[in-house]
Write a protein that binds this ligand. Structure first.
Ligand code: AHR
Length: 339
């Protein structure tokens, strides 16, 4: 009896072993994507580039511009069949660092980063470099001693945008006006550079003075609140508003109107971005000019991703061209605006 029992046990053990080995080999087939039912095989059927996985750490959704950039990157990933892992950092650098670390752990093929501020990126970029994951910076730059920590920066020239706004205002006011400035997010590249470019121009005109300057964090609601405070302290002294983006300019327009002032007429308003709402404000005569800053960076970003993944090189900086739009052309071009 004992011998028979041992025999049965051996047979049962052998059967279980056979099942486990069979199960494991099936699992291997599925993940390698050679069976038609596997998700990887489905991706191939739709023509998707199943091998490319990209992590995108976005700043947030503070402005129309930012939402247009997110859409462009998402749409382009979809069009190219690239698997995009998207994380919204809610304006926090710490959240971006956390997201990048997760992308590294997930062994993505490339990371797209729109850095909220310029500094503090070295340690995490070094981690990405050690893991041999190229980092593509979009829209904002970083301040690092070693530029091999990122593959490329695709962005506008923010200093030049500030210069364009300053030149327009100098011309419109014959070089004489009292200005309030709504700055972007503190320590962010566009806030630093747009201020720098604007000041570079107005210092040539002794009659142009910034009488108040404060951050409105690139958002409409904060732009309005800061403008209300400016109106309270300076009132009719304010002759011009320079806003580092359209959303803050639109907030400022609302505050001026609520105070009984006429934006675009009593007070010049000039800003940066070129979003559709700014074109509408120009058509309505409330915004005088906006400098375009193109957010449709998806195609350029994924051209760079695909080249880097294929071992090709990309330029260290890809500069997106901008230009200024004024009220006289707004009506004709508003219908063609893509964001
Ligand atoms: O970095 C680009 C700036 O960020 C845009 O001008 C602004 O609208 C956005 O939030």
């Amino acid at each position: 009896m004992k011998k028979v029992g041992k025999g049965i046990l051996l047979v049962v053990f052998l059967c279980i072993a056979a099942l486990v080995i069979g199960g494991c080999s099936n699992q291997g087939t599925t993940t390698s994507g050679t069976t038609p039912e596997s998700p990887a095989a489905d991706t191939t059927k739709t023509g998707a580039k199943k091998d490319i996985v990209v992590g995108f750490s976005q700043i947030g959704a503070e402005s129309d511009w930012r939402r247009a950039e997110t859409k462009s990157i998402r749409d382009e990933a979809k069009a190219r069949g690239i698997d995009l892992k998207f994380v919204d950092a809610q304006q926090k650098k710490e959240n971006q660092i956390k997201a990048i670390k997760t992308f590294i752990a997930q062994k993505v093929d490339a990371i797209i980063l729109a850095p909220v501020v310029e500094t503090g990126w070295e340690p995490v970029l070094k981690e990405a470099k050690r893991a041999k994951i190229p980092v593509i910076l979009v829209d904002r730059g970083v301040d690092v001693a070693d530029d091999s920590l990122y593959a490329t920066l695709i962005a506008s020239d923010f200093v030049e945008e500030g210069r364009m706004a300053g030149e327009w205002l100098a011309k419109a006011t014959d070089g004489s006006c009292k200005i309030v400035e709504l700055q972007g997010t503190p320590e962010a590249a566009p806030a630093i550079d747009r201020k720098k470019g604007f000041e570079e121009i107005i210092k040539k005109y002794p009659g142009m003075k910034i009488i108040k300057s404060q951050t409105g964090d690139f958002s409409r609601i904060n732009g309005k609140a800061v403008m209300e405070a400016f109106i309270k302290s300076e009132g009719k002294n304010i002759q011009a508003v320079y806003a580092h983006n359209d959303d803050m300019a639109i907030g400022a327009i609302q505050a001026l109107e609520a105070a009984g002032m006429k934006p675009g007429k009593d007070v010049f308003v000039v800003s940066i971005d070129g979003v559709k709402a700014a074109f509408q404000a120009m058509v309505d005569g409330k915004l005088n000019a906006t400098v375009e800053c193109n957010p449709l960076l998806g195609p350029l970003a994924f051209d760079a991703v695909e080249k880097l993944v294929n071992g090709e090189s990309v330029p260290k900086k890809i500069v997106v061209e901008d230009k200024i739009f004024t009220q006289d052309v707004a009506k004709n071009v508003i219908k063609d605006r893509k964001y």
